[in-house]
Design a protein around this ligand. Structure first.
Ligand SMILES: [Zn+2]
Length: 315
């Protein structure tokens, strides 16, 4: 009885292995070269020429199945899906802490604000890289979502830092102590962020002709954080900036984001090693990894700042 059962299992295992092998073989044989992609999916500066691109298949199931076979986008999907799960877990943990807290405050919402924006950005990116081979309408739709993730993450990152930098600067308003500088900066930054999120949904924005304007708008948004940084550098001593506001750690996140962008723009390493990095570790993969590392470092930094800036010093 037992022997018969064992034989059946090994037979089933063998069949399963064959089916998996067949699946990978058949899906890989369908992959096409960059030149065979429809124009809207072509990248003007593409240095990947092997048959590693998914064909356009108007089937959601095919797009989802592509998480499990080798192609140009596979690592783009996983390098943002795994961090998305991490940030979702963190968000749920923080929300649970707020719900079970005796005295929840505005400050308790800052960490989940960042983690949910990081989750949103990575999840939207995962959706884009999964479904950009569906059809043209779907491509345009998921591309807009991917772009909207950038201002979402930037806004969610800036606001917690601004709070810790300016929460001690208050003015009395109808009996309440209002951190007015924080409010002014937070409203301006989130206003710009929301504008960018809406602007990214327009056809003009996704047009390849506006690539530089697009990059400029995002860069300007990221760079606008320098204005409050300059402001606080005038308010506090250098030691306070380094010790309490962890400016060096924040700069590390900035450096990681910038390095990711530079690698992406230089198309390194695939430009210098043709066909070597067609599937694994091409520039877009590195860009994702750097963004994920920057976001993780930023979260660690904000957690440190949170504990160090609770007491307001005399400025
Ligand atoms: Zn991407």
């Amino acid at each position: 009885m037992m022997i018969g059962h064992k034989l059946d299992t090994s037979k089933t295992d063998g069949m399963l292995k064959n089916r998996v092998k067949q699946f990978f073989k058949s899906e890989n044989s369908l992959l096409i070269e960059h030149q065979d992609l429809p124009d809207y999916r072509k990248d003007t500066k593409q240095y990947i020429f092997g048959p590693v691109f998914r064909p356009t298949v108007e089937d959601h199931k095919y797009c989802l199945k592509s998480w499990f076979f080798k192609h140009h986008e596979i690592l783009n999907i996983w390098t943002h899906f795994i961090p998305a799960i991490f940030f979702l877990y963190k968000t749920l943990t923080y929300i649970l802490e707020i719900l079970t807290s005796v005295n929840p405050t505005l400050e308790s919402c800052l960490l989940p604000l960042f983690t949910i924006s990081a989750f949103g950005c990575m999840a939207l990116s995962t959706i884009y890289h999964t479904f950009n081979c569906h059809n043209e309408n779907m491509y345009n739709c998921v591309l807009c979502l991917d772009y909207a993730g950038i201002p979402l993450l930037t806004t969610g990152s800036i606001i917690p830092f601004l709070y810790y930098a300016f929460h001690c600067v208050t003015t009395e308003f109808y009996g309440f102590n209002i951190p007015y500088i924080f409010i002014i900066y937070a409203l301006s930054m989130s206003g710009y962020g929301v504008f960018l999120m809406i602007f990214t949904q327009t056809e003009t924005f996704t047009n390849p002709k506006w690539r530089r304007v697009r990059a400029g708008a995002f860069f300007l948004f990221g760079f606008s954080v320098m204005l409050p940084l300059f402001h606080i550098s005038r308010m506090y001593s250098f030691d306070y900036l380094v010790e309490n506001l962890k400016v060096v750690h924040l700069c590390l996140s900035g450096l990681l984001y910038t390095s990711g962008m530079v690698i992406y723009c230089l198309r390194f390493p695939e430009k210098h090693f043709p066909r070597v990095f067609d599937i694994w570790f091409h520039s877009h993969n590195w860009f994702h990894l750097f963004v994920a590392a920057a976001a993780w470092n930023y979260l660690e930094t904000i957690v440190k700042i949170k504990d160090l800036t609770l007491v307001c010093l005399e400025a």
